[in-house]
Design a binder for this molecule. Structure first.
Ligand SMILES: Cc1ncc(COP(=O)(O)O)c(C=O)c1O
Length: 487
């Protein structure tokens, strides 16, 4: 086995670079458990580094539990995958319902636009993974072939061919929906915003997951709504017990949840739980705004159903988009608002009349082309690999006490660190190193989760990401040691 020569980076010790290269070979599976590593002498010659550098590198990998030494035989790969770190527990109830004030989200959005940053903050997919060339080609074609139509207003409901394609896809989520029941929106964000506006009035209380996607918190804040944070389990989602107690006391006007592979926890409610949730909402006549943006991004088995699949009374306002699968930039999403359909369409018309037709027609053409399922298979594998690599890096570089979620879909990880850790300090420190992360307080209106962090795994793994993870690990360890230093 030949280890390729290492570019000598200024800001890293040589032995760390040697260790990095070997660690990558182990994590990628090129070096398997039991494989023998090159002898110290051989690596010293191959890489033109000193014997002590190689020994230091091997010691570092030994300390990280990746390799072991056998007397008279040399170094061997111990385990390509470190034991998974502990998962966080179900979140606790906050003391009060919080009026929502958020502004960090706007800043985070700006950091992702700076291409010099390594974006581990905003949950955006890497463009390398999206079918950009096919979408561009299709957009050219649809604009040419529907020249007059593409430049006119769409109906507020959206173009029929797209609604037809969306209705077909929704069958996989267990929903039999007529295209007439679908309203096309500018992404999931608009579908959720319109839904909130239709079912609430200022001052109302909405039950949400805790932690919860900060875009939802922004929408609640803009509509002058209060959030009631429900305890949420990283695997199973919200506590129905708590929801029932809240419903009994008539404390909420609506529920807004990400039911499949939530952001940031990655939780996915079982069908049984989804049915129970639906029964509760029917019993107390409370609408659910269901954000299913990650539903198609499952790692194993089949697509999880939506709560909408169990909605016989039109109480669920289902929201989703192609932002995580095809293109966040096209701004194509949809709502299936059940009994609130007319109000949603009227509000959509008031706000911006309709979603841009070139975007709608392009997505319709892609969905109709037959390549979407193949693309999704590839994308799911890529996201899963990235989530695994990121978890491995956390094991290798972050403090041992770090707890990490193990999502079965989507592409974000939620990390919980010891209470004394402050993710806002890390956020600022990391930005100085051109790394963006999403600090925990963004995900709670009551500003819980200061010791937590969300990491985006939507971008294909590179050495730069590996280095960014090492830097984050270093900064966190320094902070926990009480020394907030710049490296
Ligand atoms: C849970 C969730 N909902 C909605 C959105 C926004 O989706 P869109 O770009 O389709 O508006 C995101 C984006 O990160 C998300 O994670």
């Amino acid at each position: 086995m030949k280890v390729e020569f290492i570019e000598k980076s200024q800001d890293k010790n040589l032995y760390q670079q040697v260790a990095d290269r070997l660690r990558n070979l182990i994590v990628e599976g090129t070096l398997q458990p039991g494989d023998r590593l090159p002898s110290v002498r051989k690596l010293h010659q191959q890489l033109s580094v000193s014997i002590s550098t190689v020994l230091e590198a091997y010691r570092l990998l030994e300390d990280q539990g990746l390799i072991g030494v056998r007397p008279q035989s040399g170094y061997f790969v111990k385990q390509p995958h470190l034991p998974p770190p502990e998962e966080p527990n179900q979140s606790a109830l906050p003391e009060h319902n919080a009026p929502v004030k958020v502004s960090l989200a706007y800043r985070l959005g700006a950091t992702k636009l700076d291409l010099n940053n390594i974006n581990l903050g905003a949950a955006v997919p890497g463009v390398e993974l999206l079918p950009i060339a096919a979408l561009n080609r299709l957009m050219g074609q649809v604009i040419r072939s529907h020249a007059a139509v593409a430049h006119s207003y769409s109906s507020p409901k959206g173009c029929e061919t797209l609604r037809h394609e969306v209705a077909k896809r929704l069958m996989d989520a267990g929903c039999s929906v007529n295209p007439e029941e679908i309203a096309i929106t500018n992404g999931t964000a608009e579908a959720v915003y319109l839904s909130l506006q239709v079912v609430t009035k200022p001052g109302d209380v909405v039950a949400i997951e805790s932690p919860s996607y900060y875009g939802l918190l922004e929408a609640l804040g803009a509509l002058h709504l209060k959030a009631l944070e429900l305890p949420t389990h990283p695997k199973e989602g919200i506590s129905l017990e708590h929801l029932e107690a809240v419903l009994e006391k008539n404390q909420i006007t609506a529920c807004a949840l990400v039911t499949n592979f939530s952001n940031p926890l990655g939780s996915c409610m079982s069908d049984v739980k989804k049915k129970q949730l639906m029964a509760l909402l029917n019993q107390y006549d409370v609408p659910l705004i269901e954000d299913d943006i990650y539903g198609e991004l499952y790692f194993q088995g089949t697509r999880p159903k939506a709560v909408k699949a169990f909605d016989t009374e039109g109480r669920v306002l289902y929201c989703a988009s192609v932002s995580k699968t095809l293109s966040p930039g096209l701004r194509v999403g949809w709502a299936v608002p059940g009994r609130y359909q007319m109000q949603i369409e009227q509000l959509k018309m008031t706000i911006n009349w309709a979603t841009a037709l070139p975007s709608q027609l392009t997505v319709a053409a892609f969905l109709n082309s037959g390549g979407y399922d193949r693309h999704l298979r590839h994308l799911r594998r890529a996201y899963q690999t990235q989530v695994e690599k990121m978890t491995q890096a956390i094991c290798a570089y972050f403090p041992i006490e770090t707890k990490v979620t193990r999502p079965q879909g989507g592409y974000v990880l939620w990390l919980e660190l010891p209470n004394k850790f402050d993710s806002m300090i890390l956020y600022e420190e990391a930005l100085n190193h051109k790394i963006s992360v999403a600090p925990g307080i963004m995900f709670s209106p009551s500003r819980k989760y200061r010791n937590c962090l969300r990491l985006n795994c939507g971008i294909p793994w590179t050495d730069d990401i590996d280095r960014a993870m090492q830097t984050l690990g270093y900064l966190i360890k320094q902070q926990l040691k009480g020394q907030i230093l710049s490296i």
